[in-house]
Design a protein around this ligand. Structure first.
Ligand SMILES: Nc1nc2c(c(=O)[nH]1)N[C@H]1C(S)=C(S)[C@@H](COP(=O)(O)OP(=O)(O)OC[C@H]3O[C@@H](n4cnc5c(N)ncnc54)[C@H](O)[C@@H]3O)O[C@H]1N2
Ligand code: MOO
Length: 405
């Protein structure tokens, strides 16, 4: 039986990035660039002023210099009409192109103006307040490399270079299959013995949060034909996730039917709790994740095993969530032999993370998953983690480390 880290490694070793597509710039947000991007021109494209003020010749600004005559005006978006004449200055705005013989810009605050003349009140350095063409990125340079996750700074850079269409890794389409005779769909009346198919929706949400596209294919009933039919449909997607029917029950058909359909089982059962009965298989390169049915186990195993794989499929290179250290406020006890994923609430105090358990850790208890914003990963061989001890934590929510305001 693989350990937690071994199981995650095995999964990652069996998945590869999907193909590439070209999308409109804004649609590339959160996606991964599939090609290096090279600058089609210098940025900035032309020498320009970094300040509102006066374009001058440095030699006219030495000690004891006389006021300069203002002979022109170049607004942002304007154009240069000629050189700066000796003893003259040209009023200029930030971003406006500078005359070819301008070698300094003096900010307006450092000048005094009267009767069409400007006096400079401070020492001038040659080349001050000029932004030179190509000083940010030179024509032909690689300004973003393949594998970069596109966020607003990348959008800014891509837009600045006129890239309206961007090559990114394809979004993964992930089939979600629930199994079990007890399941009813959202909207159907609940009654004893029936369970609303919440796993399909929590998985779909988690898939979306990862940047992939969920395809809910419904419920396979507790017979092999129903499993076969739904699984064949699910195997058309880039990956298939099933929930429930994977432990030792007499109606747990998932692994059997997957095997009949030619899915090679890579592992079944991992040394963890919750999530012990998790299985992973592959058919012709399509990964199949069989997650246990308890809603908490489904979500935790998605987070720890499926999410890194989906990220890798969509071209991400950083796919393994790092641990942060948190101080446990109260002791936690466990049996030895398995890594335990403890649902905790993190708070930041004095720049450190503090973790409190979110309550009842039974896998049937959903409310403590809702209350949790992180998972403390307790080592396999430990039986007691004392109050005040540091534990490794995976943050679950983007606001987990944020402060109230
Ligand atoms: N003899 C053994 N029994 C069990 C073992 C074991 O190793 N030996 N493992 C236990 C563990 S751990 C878990 S977790 C569960 C998981 O079993 P399955 O994955 O086969 O899931 P089911 O038994 O079918 O369902 C478990 C639980 O989850 C509810 N469920 C199922 N599907 C959904 C859904 N789509 N939405 C919401 N809730 C769902 C289901 O009603 C059950 O309550 O097995 C233990 N038993
Ligand atoms: O995955 Mo099960 O939830 O360990 O009880």
């Amino acid at each position: 039986m693989p350990t937690f880290e071994e199981a995650r490694r095995i999964i990652l070793d069996h998945v590869t990035p999907l193909g590439v597509e070209r999308v409109e710039l804004l649609a590339s947000l959160g996606r991964v660039l599939a090609e290096d991007m090279n600058a089609p021109w210098d940025m900035p494209l032309y020498d320009n002023s970094a300040m509102d003020g006066f374009a001058v010749r440095f030699i006219d600004c030495g000690e004891g210099a006389v006021p300069l005559r203002i002979t022109g005006y170049i607004p942002a978006g304007g154009s240069v009409s000629g050189p700066i004449l000796a003893g003259c200055a040209i009023r200029i705005m930030t971003g406006a192109p500078i005359p070819h013989n301008c070698d300094a810009v003096v900010p307006v605050e450092e000048t005094e103006e009267s009767d069409g003349m400007v006096s400079i009140k401070s020492a001038v350095r040659q080349l001050q307040h000029i932004r030179f063409h190509g000083e940010d990125v030179a024509n032909g340079d690689t300004f973003l490399t393949a594998g970069t996750v596109v966020q607003s700074p990348e959008i800014s850079m891509l837009a600045s270079f006129g890239k309206a269409i961007v090559p990114v890794y394809r979004k993964a389409r992930i089939a979600v299959l629930s199994t079990g005779d007890e399941l009813i769909e959202l909207g159907e009346p609940p009654e004893p013995g029936r369970i609303i198919n919440s796993n399909a929706l929590s998985l779909a949400a988690a898939i979306r949060e990862t940047g992939a596209e969920p395809v809910i294919i419904g419920i396979a009933r507790d017979n092999k034909e129903s499993h076969r039919e739904k699984m064949l449909e699910g195997l058309q997607a880039d990956a298939l996730i099933t929930s429930a029917g994977v432990s030792a029950g007499d109606k747990d058909f998932v692994r059997d039917v997957l095997a009949e359909l030619g899915v090679q089982q890579i592992f079944w059962k991992v040394d963890i709790k919750p999530g012990g009965p998790t299985a992973f298989g592959v058919k012709d390169g399509t990964p199949v994740f069989s997650l246990p049915g308890n809603p908490v186990s489904t979500m935790v195993t998605f987070e720890e095993f499926v999410k890194p794989a989906l990220l890798k499929m969509m071209g991400h290179r950083r796919v393994i969530k790092p641990y942060v250290k948190a101080i446990l406020r109260e002791e936690a006890r466990k049996k030895p032999g398995k890594v335990h994923f403890l649902r905790v609430r993190i708070e930041v105090e004095d720049g450190r993370y503090w973790a409190t358990t979110s309550g009842d850790q039974n896998t049937g208890i959903l409310r403590t998953m809702v209350r949790a914003n992180a998972i403390a990963v307790l080592p396999k061989d430990r039986t007691l983690v004392a109050a005040g001890e540091e534990v490794d934590v995976h943050l679950l929510r983007s606001d987990a480390a944020m402060l109230e305001g």
